[in-house]
Design a protein around this ligand. Structure first.
Ligand code: PLP
Length: 457
């Protein structure tokens, strides 16, 4: 008999989580104005709000915490961190920052100016924010296949080379760099192939433009290249990440994802002018160059986390769990964005709650129902998040309406995954009875999803 799959780690420390009754949850959800961001974490049984900064550190990382060097300048923790990033990416210049958006803020302060165009594959919200906030344009050149939630192709996060080349041919003088997000978070954690990275590099070289990787989930991207792309099955994750980064000029990193830490980020680059240009902004916004908004102990934990998460076994354990959830949902007939990405399952609320009109926010309704069902907190990535058109002030119902179930790294067991799938199955089975959604009572003018107050209809 073949041995079944099992985690590549064992558990040394546990944290109690709490079940609740449906009545308690009804009350808490009401007090939270039907917005899961307003719940207290202790009111949640299984928390799938995000995989950002919610992972569990290893015993080695915690040991690193104890030996952090908290010197203001030249701390040994910085040099350990720098050596690790250089070894894993091949980039020479490294600037630590307190998280990913801070890395964007520091680097884009140097690179992005009013009137610029930054093409890429589905820019992440903060990335887009840091581009648009500088009165520049984030131009989405993702492949069209990414929009079809039921299409199963291996690299749905790719940049469309035709769209990119068109942008360069028309606006080369306005384009400071090309950005590639690995994995493509906004498209559902979908990976970008090595072949596509090479194509984009060739186009960039033709027009003399640098390439930046938004690298929050670079290790998961490498896992998909190893398991899905021809010619990579026998390469290690560390060999693949080096090959990926050889195709870029620099990276911004949210270490809260594939860095396996609760807070942290950095910029890494081979371009001396990017480093020299960004340096001053690091000191202005983050801190001195050898800590950049991070504690010495956290730099130690990050260095170790990066090393651990570029090992195949660790990634396989994680992505197996996402794929297990997908498999169970397939069994139960629950529709989600296919194929399952690296960090989350995105349930298609328009398909699941087809009786709830779009004006009543189906994905938010599903998020509420899942919480009421079992105390599971997902996150609406849909019409509430899409906000209103800045000119007409109408709700934007054009895109997808999804409930995201993000899986934290090394936190829950496969038993928890089975609970999540069963809870969704229960909601799915009573979908015919769910005919009304929610209405907005109060909303902020910007980023309304964090604070919106809703009422059930
Ligand atoms: C999370 C994330 C960011 C922003 O990083 P923070 O650490 O949350 O500031 C940027 N890009 C991508 C792709 C991300 O997933």
């Amino acid at each position: 008999m073949n041995l079944p799959f099992a985690e590549s780690w064992k558990i040394k420390m546990i944290e109690q989580i709490h079940k609740s009754t449906r009545e308690e949850r009804e009350q808490w959800m009401k007090e939270a104005h039907y917005n899961v961001f307003q719940l207290k974490a202790e009111q949640v049984y299984i928390d799938l709000l995000t995989d950002s900064g919610t992972g569990a550190m290893s015993d080695r990382q915690w040991a690193g915490i104890m030996t952090g060097d908290e010197s203001y300048a030249g701390a040994s923790s910085f040099f350990k961190f720098k050596e690790t990033v250089q070894r894993l990416t091949g980039f020479e210049y490294i600037i630590p920052t307190h998280q990913g958006r801070a890395a964007e803020n520091v680097l884009f302060s140097y690179l992005v100016h009013e009137g610029d165009i930054v093409p890429g594959n589905s820019h992440f919200d903060t990335t887009k924010g840091h581009i648009e906030g500088r009165k520049a344009i984030a131009l989405d050149c993702t492949v069209d296949e990414a929009k079809d939630t039921q299409l199963e192709i291996p690299f749905k996060g790719n940049v469309d080379p035709v769209k990119l080349e068109k942008a360069l041919a028309e606006h080369a003088d306005k384009i400071p760099f090309i950005i590639i997000t690995i994995t493509n978070n906004t498209a559902g954690g979908q990976p970008v192939s090595m072949e596509n990275l090479k194509q984009i590099r060739a186009i960039a070289d033709k027009y003399g433009k640098p390439v930046l990787f938004d690298s929050a989930r670079f290790a998961e991207n490498a896992y998909f290249i190893k398991t899905r792309e021809k010619g990579y099955a026998d390469k290690t994750i560390k060999e693949i990440t080096l090959e990926m980064f050889a195709l870029a000029d620099g990276m911004t990193m949210s270490a809260k994802k594939d860095g396996l830490v609760n807070m942290g980020g950095f910029i890494a680059t081979r371009l001396k002018d990017w480093y020299e240009g960004a340096k001053g902004y690091c000191i202005q916004f983050e801190g001195y160059l050898t800590y950049g908004g991070m504690n010495g102990r956290d730099l130690n934990a990050l260095a170790i986390g990066l090393d651990e998460n570029t090992e195949f076994d660790n990634l396989e354990t994680r992505i197996h769990q996402v794929q297990l959830l997908a498999k169970l949902l397939d069994e139960y007939g629950v529709p989600y964005q296919r194929p399952a990405g690296g960090h989350a399952i995105f349930v298609d609320a328009r398909k699941l709650l087809s009786h709830v009109p779009k004006e009543e926010f189906p994905a938010q309704t599903l998020t509420i129902e899942l919480y009421l069902e079992a105390g599971i907190r997902g996150c609406e990535i849909g019409y509430i998040l899409a906000d209103r058109d800045p000119i007409t002030h109408e709700n934007r119902f054009g895109g997808l309406d999804l409930c995201r179930l993000a899986i934290p790294r090394r936190v829950y067991t496969d038993n928890h995954i089975a609970v999540i799938a069963a809870a969704l199955k229960n909601v799915y089975e009573r979908r015919e009875q769910i005919t009304r959604g929610v209405k907005i009572l109060w909303e902020a003018p910007l980023m309304r999803h964090f604070t919106v107050q809703l009422a059930r209809l």
